[in-house]
Structure formats: structure tokens, C-alpha cells
Design a protein around this ligand. Structure first.
Ligand code: NAG
Ligand code: NAG
Ligand code: NAG
Ligand code: NAG
Ligand code: NAG
Ligand code: NAG
Ligand code: NAG
Ligand code: NAG
Length: 203
């Protein structure tokens, strides 16, 4: 029993993969292309490696309803990841941020400098649900884009419509991800396998 549990833990960790998301595509031409790929599928235990290769960007976790606001600011129960600004100094200072996936729920994220133009992405997006990547990008542009300033009436009706249509979704996202996202600190990735071993020893 002890060894079979250990074996399962070993196999699970051996199968964990690293998925690279390149941050800093040609954002002059295509602000929405800052994250490549923009939607990644990952299993529990997999590592998402954000590779900051061009420009000056962040990878910051948010929520579906508030794409351009750090998750913790709209839901204190989510300790979302946030790379802070990673200036690549014209591509000469490449840095990375690792995020370990803790469950199957969708994780949304954005770049501070291009969010208003749709510089957002997600992990495990369910395109069959109401919370699609397109919807997330539209929310980002509506809520933070420059269109809002053109006419105040438009801004008001757009903001109201968006808030109304996304509020049920935001509730779902919050409850679905909050528990898992307590554990988003990088170091915990190392703790989880250790806990699995401890659990197996007490059997
Ligand atoms: C980005 O795209 C613009 C417009 O297509 C182009 O002028 C520019 O050279 C591109 N920059 C890079 C670094 O590829
Ligand atoms: C990050 O991107 C740079 C430049 O393309 C590349 O040399 C490097 O191998 C990448 N790092 C990872 C971990 O993929
Ligand atoms: C990166 O972008 C942020 C926000 O636009 C800015 O405050 C910061 O100074 C920039 N960093 C560099 C090194 O340009
Ligand atoms: C950045 O790199 C490009 C292409 O190598 C070069 O043309 C440009 O002068 C560089 N800019 C700075 C500020 O170093
Ligand atoms: C996550 O998805 C995998 C594969 O679809 C499944 O085996 C696993 O039970 C799911 N985990 C949770 C916590 O739903
Ligand atoms: C988007 O707009 C909200 C509300 O005005 C603001 O709090 C947030 O900082 C903005 N996000 C970005 C990335 O500028
Ligand atoms: C995706 O969303 C649809 C509609 O809400 C749901 O039926 C389906 O089970 C979801 N798929 C996953 C993998 O959660
Ligand atoms: C938006 O609508 C609300 C309620 O109708 C109103 O109180 C507010 O002044 C409006 N704001 C703008 C910027 O038009």
C-alpha cells in the first residue's frame, strides 16, 4: 500500500509537463498577441512557464468579470499570481515566471500594458461555457479600453451592460477558483508532493 501510493505520486509528478507561454509577441501590430499561445490546457501539477521575451509586460491573474484588475483586488480569497513588470530591455533580459496548476478550473490572466487592447489569456478555458476567451477579451476592451472615453453615454451603457451580463459568471468563477488559488505561491508546488508522501506514510 505504502509503495503503491508512493508509486502513484511518483508517476503523477513524472507526468507533469511544462507549458511555455511566450509573453511579448509583436504588440505594436497585434496587442492581443502578447501571450502565445493565448489559451493553454493543463492538468493538475503541470507548470505554466511564462517566458518574457519582448517589451515590458506582466502576467497577472485576474477574474473573468474584471479582466484587467488583479484577482486579489476583486476577490480577497484569491491569491493570484503577478509577475510585476518584466522589462526585457529590448529582448536582451529574458525572464520567466512559473505557475503550478492546482486543479481543472479556468485561470484568467492579463498584461497591464496591453489589457485595454485585449492583451489577456487563460488556462483551461471551457469554450462550451459562457466564459469564453472571446468574451474575456471583449470584457477587457470594454472595461479598460479607450473606447470608453469617446462618449460618456456609451461608456455608461456599455459598462452597465457588461457588469449585468457578467455578474453571475463572476460569482461562478470566484467560487470555483478561490479554493484552489489559495495555493498559487510558487513554493507550494514543492510542498504538495511532500504532503502526498506524508499522507501515504500515515496510512
Ligand atoms: C511589428 O509589426 C509592425 C507592423 O506590422 C512592424 O512594422 C514591425 O516591424 C514589427 N516588429 C517586430 C519586432 O517584428
Ligand atoms: C524563452 O524564449 C527565449 C527566446 O526565444 C528562448 O531562447 C528560451 O529558450 C525560452 N525559454 C524557455 C524556458 O522556453
Ligand atoms: C514598464 O511599464 C510600466 C507601466 O507602463 C512603467 O511604469 C514602467 O516604467 C515600465 N518599465 C520600464 C523599464 O520602462
Ligand atoms: C532594439 O532592437 C532593435 C532591433 O535589434 C534595434 O533596431 C533598436 O535600435 C533597439 N532599441 C534600443 C532602444 O536599444
Ligand atoms: C481533472 O480532469 C482530469 C482529466 O479530465 C480528471 O481525471 C480529474 O479527476 C479532474 N480533477 C478534478 C479535481 O476535477
Ligand atoms: C482597468 O480599469 C479598472 C477600473 O478603472 C482599474 O482599476 C484597473 O487598474 C485598470 N487596469 C489596467 C490594467 O489598467
Ligand atoms: C464546459 O461547460 C459546459 C457548459 O457549462 C459543461 O456542460 C461542461 O461540463 C464543461 N466542461 C468541462 C470540462 O468543465
Ligand atoms: C451612469 O448612469 C448612472 C445611473 O443611470 C448615473 O448616475 C451616472 O451619472 C452615469 N454616469 C455617466 C458617466 O454618465
Amino acid at each position: 500500500m505504502f509503495f503503491s501510493v508512493l508509486l502513484v505520486a511518483f508517476i503523477a509528478s513524472a507526468c507533469a509537463k511544462t507549458v511555455v507561454v511566450t509573453v511579448g509577441g509583436n504588440t505594436t501590430d497585434d496587442p492581443m498577441g502578447v501571450f502565445q499561445p493565448v489559451n493553454v490546457m493543463a492538468n493538475q501539477g503541470d507548470v505554466i512557464l511564462f517566458n518574457f521575451t519582448m517589451g515590458n509586460h506582466t502576467a497577472t491573474q485576474s477574474t473573468f468579470a474584471s479582466p484587467c484588475i488583479p484577482a486579489h483586488d476583486t476577490d480577497v480569497t484569491i491569491n493570484g499570481f503577478d509577475s510585476g513588470f518584466r522589462d526585457t530591455v529590448n529582448g536582451t533580459a529574458i525572464t520567466t515566471l512559473r505557475f503550478t496548476v492546482t486543479d481543472n478550473s479556468t485561470v484568467w490572466f492579463f498584461d497591464w500594458n496591453t489589457c485595454a487592447q485585449g492583451g489577456v489569456g487563460g488556462i483551461n478555458i471551457n469554450e462550451s461555457s459562457f466564459e469564453t476567451l472571446d468574451g474575456f477579451q471583449r470584457n477587457a476592451i470594454r472595461l479598460n479600453g479607450t473606447d470608453d472615453s469617446s462618449t460618456s453615454n456609451d461608456a455608461n451603457s456599455t459598462a452597465t451592460a457588461t457588469a449585468t451580463s457578467t455578474s453571475p459568471a463572476s460569482t461562478n468563477t470566484g467560487s470555483a477558483t478561490s479554493a484552489a488559488n489559495h495555493a498559487l505561491i510558487n513554493g507550494l508546488a514543492a510542498v504538495i508532493p511532500a504532503l502526498a508522501v506524508l499522507a501515504s506514510m500515515s496510512l
